[in-house]
Design a protein around this ligand. Sequence first.
Ligand code: MN
Length: 286
Amino acid sequence: MRLCRFGDSRLGVVQDDRVVDVTAVIDRLPIFRYPLPKFDPLIAELGSLRHHIERLADGERGIPITEVKLACPVANPGKIVAAPVNYSQHLKEAREDPEIHHSNQIAEIERVGLFLKATSSVIGSSEPIIIRHEDRRTDHEIELAVVIGKKADRVSPHRALECVAGYCIGLDITVRGPEERSLRKSVDTYTVLGPWLVTADELADPSQLSLKLSVNGELRQNANTRDLTIDVPGLIAFATRFYSLMPGDVLLTGTPEGVGRIKPGDVIQSEISGIGKMTNLVQAQA
Ligand code: MN
């Protein structure tokens, strides 16, 4: 199943190039009062709501997907966990290019571990990326994004995929410079998740997915998740040695080689096999 959020907080099922509105299923979610939970209530209930969603979508024609504005498929991610330098060719380019490493030591992921991005940086595929520091190099990074479906704590790699709700395309937009990654990558609009969530039953094996990103029609990144240094189950196991992952938490699995600068006016097209394609506009700060 392909689940999207669109328009004014509508929930949709994507069927071919159309969206069927299944927002009515949200009435089945538990109602929370302050203090609100630290997970995404819809993602947490996705397993139990699935047949209701399918019933709502059954036989409906929907509307063309080109007519809707797509929001981030996860409304309330509790945290965005991200993997640095998780492809060896990207490690090599980062170490060789002073404009990428800025005299920071670029260590292997096994040494440096994972980092967190602010959830306030998250947008969906129909929202523009707004360049905040035009005087500084700001790069695109395409990454497979994993959405966690149930609480996971100290899971082993061979059980890790049981915790996954689904996948989407992630863009980890990055200001290059000497500061901590979490600062440079947490600018508003610098985490794009989209275009929709493909549930894990439809995408059972995340280890053989091709990733492609082009800017203004020029192919910049072209890789495959088979070349991840630490694969998806390994990343989940690694993260949960330190903290629990909750429903709706997002894991960005790291970018392959080919990162490069983006500027206002650019059009980014990204694609991951088994998920889909999305287009993002880059704009200047108003
Ligand atoms: Mn990244």
